[in-house]
Design a binder for this molecule. Sequence first.
Ligand code: SF4
Length: 317
Amino acid sequence: MFGLKTDWSLDIPSRYFILDDYLGNEARWCPGCGDHAVLTAVQRICRDEQLPPEQTVVVSGIGCSSRFPHYMATYGFHSLHGRALPVACGVKSRRPDLKVFVATGDGDCCSIGAGHWLHAIRYNMDMVVMMFDNNIYGLTKKQTSPTSKPGLATNTHPRGSWLPALNPTAATLGFTNVSFMAQTVDWMPAHLHAVLQAAYRHRGLSFVRIAQRCPQYTSKVFEEYVNNPDKVLVLEHQNGIKLDPSLDRFYKTRMTHDPADIVQATAIAHREDVLPIGLFFWDPSRPCYDDFTQLGMDMTPEDKIRALNEEMDRFAV
Ligand code: SF4
């Protein structure tokens, strides 16, 4: 009856999103490509966190993984090579209310985009940056990337890459104002999901390096870790990634690591005997540039002109 007051109510949200709400075009990555697993994880996180698709933006550069925005039914920006991060920072500076995910690869981020990489870490704007590391330029068909291991034969180095591979995890930990650095792999869906969810919930720039299999061009680079779970070092801590108990049976190589300890995080990042995964570093107190860039956004055009005139008057002689 209208007007009848009860001591209970059904709190039914006006909109409830299901996985289908985030499915974009059919993914056209190669069969077995690790990118498929990341796409599934991100779509599930959007559903779990109930992100309105029109409030969500996926920004990418150029590369196989950078096709990501086409496969999400959200807003997207498939930008230029190496430019995903400045575009994402631009989106965030004008629309701090939007949830921003960035898809970039090892070539896109660590080579042509390297200058943007270190400054985006320093800006620490609230977004999730997923760096798909398959140790190769896949889209352009097998050129040496900054993370290619010495000896890897590619089209640009047919006798094997010979420079030491760049370590993106250790590098990121060394950038000023880093606030969240994690590492995961595409073949452990529970871990991948947990890491990306923690990254989403962190306020600031969450940088996640994802060891991503490319069966087309670098099918062997992660093979020893896929075939031998003992070679995967799982980082544990009460402030770290909450692990699904289903992983306990297979992944027994563990290490307690406090993500506040950047010195130990850097030492772990340099280990080559195992592939460490989990939360390397987390500091939620680091300043976020979006707190600054959104100042004055609610000003009217008249307010802006008045403020501009006041500013210019300071130089009047
Ligand atoms: Fe994935 Fe490699 Fe195929 Fe690109 S070339 S879609 S990275 S498997």
